[in-house]
Design a protein around this ligand. Structure first.
Ligand SMILES: NC(=O)c1ccc[n+]([C@@H]2O[C@H](COP(=O)([O-])OP(=O)(O)OC[C@H]3O[C@@H](n4cnc5c(N)ncnc54)[C@H](OP(=O)(O)O)[C@@H]3O)[C@@H](O)[C@H]2O)c1
Length: 309
C-alpha cells in the first residue's frame, strides 16, 4: 500500500471506497467529498496514474494503491474507516472473491460498516439461475450476513441512464418503447448520479438498515411512452414483440450464440435483467427510502430524456 497522496479536512469521517475509478465509484467519491467526508480510494497499482485517479486527487481524495490479493495490505488500507463502500464491478472473482477479501479486511480493521457493490434491482427475491449477476450478489450477501459487521445494500432498480444508452427499451430512432409482457408493470429506475448521492449519504449515516431501497421514478412501459413523448415533443408508440416466455427463449438463444462468459454485462445478461424487471420478480418491495436524507432530488425519466435531446 502506498501512502495517501492528499490530506483531507481534520475530524471528518473517513470512508474507504473500493472501485472509486469506476463510473459509479467516481460519482460516489464526488458526493462524499461534497458532504465533507474524508475519502480514501483504493485502486490497483496500474490505475494510479490514470485520469480517474488524478480527478480523485484533485477533489481531495486520498488515492491509495493496494494489492487486492493481500489481506494484510487491504486491512492496512481500511484502518480508521467508519464505513467501507465497494463500487467494484466484475464477475465471481471480483464480486465474491475480491470483495470477500475486502470484507475480511474491513472486519480485521474493526470497521463498523460495509456497503457492498449491489446497486441493482431486488436481487434477493429472484430465483437462482434467472440472472447470473444477481446470483453472485446473493452469494456475497450470504457471506456478508455471516460477517461481524453491519451491512447496508443500496437497491436502486435499473440505472435510468441506460434508457438513453444500451437498454433496448426507449428507442429514440423509431420512437418506440419496446417491452415484453405487461405494459402496466411498474419498473424501478434511478440515475447513477442519484444513486451515488444517496449512497454517499448512507455511508455517512451510522443508523442504516440492512437494505435501503430507492427509485428516482417508478414507471411502467406505458408511462415510459408518455414520458418519452412529453420529453421529446414527438409521439412514441408501444411495441410488444411478445410475452416473457418469448423473452426467455430469446435469452437462451442469445446465450448459446453469444455466450461471452467473461463479459460482466453480455447481451443475454441485460435481457435477464429486463426479464427480472418486467416480470416484477425484482421489484422493490415496501415503502421506498427516497426521503431518508433531506435535500436529495430525484431525476425523473422525462427530465433525463429531455436533457438528452
Ligand atoms: N442497476 C444498474 O442498472 C447497474 C448498471 C451498471 C452497473 N451497476 C452496478 O454498479 C456497480 C459499479 O459498476 P460500474 O459500472 O461503476 O463499474 P466500472 O465502471 O466497470 O468500475 C469498476 C471498478 O472496479 C474496479 N475493478 C475492476 N476489476 C477489478 C479487480 N480485479 N480488482 C480490483 N478492482 C477492480 C475498477 O478499477 P480499475 O480502474 O483499476 O480498473 C473500477 O474502479 C456494480 O455493482 C454494477 O453492477 C448497476
Amino acid at each position: 500500500m502506498t501512502e495517501p497522496t492528499t490530506s483531507a479536512p481534520a475530524n471528518s469521517p473517513l470512508i474507504v471506497l473500493a472501485g472509486a475509478t469506476g463510473a459509479l465509484g467516481l460519482l460516489i467519491a464526488h458526493q462524499l467529498r461534497r458532504r465533507g467526508a474524508e475519502v480514501r480510494a483504493l485502486v490497483r497499482p496500474a490505475s494510479l496514474s490514470g485520469a480517474e485517479a488524478e480527478s480523485l486527487r484533485q477533489q481531495g481524495v486520498q488515492v491509495v494503491a493496494v494489492d487486492y490479493g493481500s489481506l494484510a495490505d487491504l486491512t492496512r488500507a481500511c484502518q480508521g474507516a467508519g464505513c467501507v463502500v465497494s463500487a467494484l464491478n466484475g464477475l465471481r472473482d471480483i464480486i465474491v472473491e475480491t470483495q470477500g477479501r475486502l470484507l475480511d479486511a474491513a472486519v480485521a480493521a474493526s470497521v463498523p460498516r460495509f456497503i457492498p457493490s449491489d446497486f441493482s434491482a431486488d436481487f434477493t427475491r429472484v430465483s437462482e439461475g434467472s440472472n447470473r449477476n444477481f446470483d453472485l450478489r446473493r452469494e456475497f450477501a450470504r457471506r456478508l450476513d455471516n460477517a461481524p459487521i453491519r451491512a447496508t445494500s443500496v437497491l436502486n432498480g435499473m440505472f435510468m441512464d441506460l434508457l438513453r444508452g444500451t437498454a433496448p427499451v426507449v428507442l429514440a430512432g423509431p420512437r418506440l418503447v419496446l417491452y415484453w409482457g405487461n405494459a402496466d408493470q411498474p419498473l424501478d429506475l434511478t440515475t447513477m448520479q442519484d444513486t451515488a448521492d444517496f449512497t454517499a449519504a448512507a455511508a455517512l449515516d451510522p443508523t442504516t438498515p440492512r437494505y435501503l431501497r430507492v427509485a428516482g421514478e417508478v414507471a411502467s412501459p406505458r408511462q415510459l411512452r408518455e414520458a418519452a413523448s412529453a420529453a421529446t415533443g414527438r409521439p412514441y408508440r408501444l411495441l410488444r414483440p411478445g410475452g416473457l416466455g418469448l423473452l426467455s427463449t430469446l435469452i437462451s438463444i442469445t446465450k448459446t450464440m453469444v455466450p461471452a462468459p467473461n463479459d460482466v454485462f453480455p447481451p443475454w445478461q441485460g435481457m435477464q435483467y429486463l426479464r427480472n424487471m418486467l416480470s416484477g420478480d425484482a421489484k422493490l418491495q415496501g415503502p421506498l427510502d427516497n426521503n431518508r436524507y433531506p435535500g436529495l432530488e430525484w431525476t425523473t425519466v422525462r427530465a433525463l430524456l429531455a436533457a438528452n435531446r
